[in-house]
Design a protein around this ligand. Structure first.
Ligand code: ADP
Ligand code: MG
Length: 261
């Protein structure tokens, strides 16, 4: 039986099997060289197609998530941050907490790696096939306020309620206006029981009343966030300051530095 190449390519296009289509000759050569059975050849072709689709899905997921930078767990120096339990982070990296609809809170002073871990964990969640959106607390508050002013609050809250994981970075750096706190509460309520939150904050949970300018709203928000949550409290000094200090120490071993620390 002779197979018309064009016909084959057009069927592969129609079936959206683009990886097989684009590499047809080389894949068929490979299958021939390895003397594959038909079943093996089919599996080989499917695996290539699945790999291409996975790659595309992850790329799309990362771009939809709008992470502000690339930070990975491989790049995170656990030795530099002994207050972070590597087992707990690796367990969270499985993204089971997202499957269960749990929340993660990353607490600690500036520079200790909260945003780094938030992005790194968010990327793992994308790899597992869940939708993720990264935002900052101030960006989120401004966006909700703007939507409310334009009479489109409900649409906006629906939009933020959609991703399986919403990352809210830097909660507490700036206190919320009372109005913003209420909008934030509406969002947290809408997401409650439907999707996960990953929140980073430089404020301990006990200080959240001051973030929201209203202890009642703060309690209501906390109540929903802490239900089924994993809390990582990072202690210690800023990673960059520590690195600077270290390089300073290293320099001191050589010729005397010009200026004291
Ligand atoms: P935070 O959000 O807690 O203020 P960041 O996550 O922004 O801190 O960390 C500040 C910088 O230091 C970032 O560039 C981050 O990648 C880096 N950093 C922080 N902690 C670590 C760590 N343990 N290992 C590697 N890089 C780190
Ligand atoms: Mg940060």
């Amino acid at each position: 039986m002779t197979v018309d190449h064009e016909h084959l390519v057009s069927m592969l296009t129609r079936l959206k099997l683009t990886a097989i289509r684009d590499n047809l000759d080389s894949f068929l050569d490979e299958a021939g060289r390895q003397d594959m059975t038909l079943r093996e050849a089919l599996a080989f072709l499917c695996e290539r197609e699945v790999a291409r689709k996975d790659e595309r899905r992850v790329r799309m997921g990362m771009s939809i998530a709008k992470f502000p930078a690339v930070r990975t767990l491989e790049d995170f120096d656990f030795d530099a941050q002994p207050s972070v339990d590597p087992h707990q982070v690796r367990d969270l990296a499985t993204s089971r907490w997202v499957a269960h609809g749990d929340n993660v809170l990353l607490l600690g002073p500036p520079g200790v790696g909260k945003t780094h871990l938030a992005i790194a964990l968010g990327r793992e969640v994308v790899h597992r096939g869940y939708s993720v959106l990264f935002t900052t607390a101030t960006g989120l508050a401004a966006d909700l306020a703007k939507a409310q002013a334009a009479g489109r609050l409900d649409d906006k809250i629906t939009q933020y309620a959609k991703p399986r994981l919403l990352v809210i970075d830097e909660l507490g750096y700036l206190p919320f206006e009372v109005e913003s706190a209420h909008l934030f509460f509406q969002l947290v309520s809408r997401r409650y029981g439907r999707g996960s939150l990953l929140v980073t904050s430089n404020k301990a949970v006990g200080e959240w009343g001051t973030i929201f300018n209203d202890p009642v709203v703060a309690t209501a928000i906390l109540d929903r966030m802490l239900h089924h949550s994993h809390v990582i409290t990072i202690k210690g000094e800023s990673y960059r300051l520590r690195e600077k200090r270290r390089s300073g120490l290293l320099q001191k071993a050589g010729p005397a530095p010009a200026s004291p620390e």
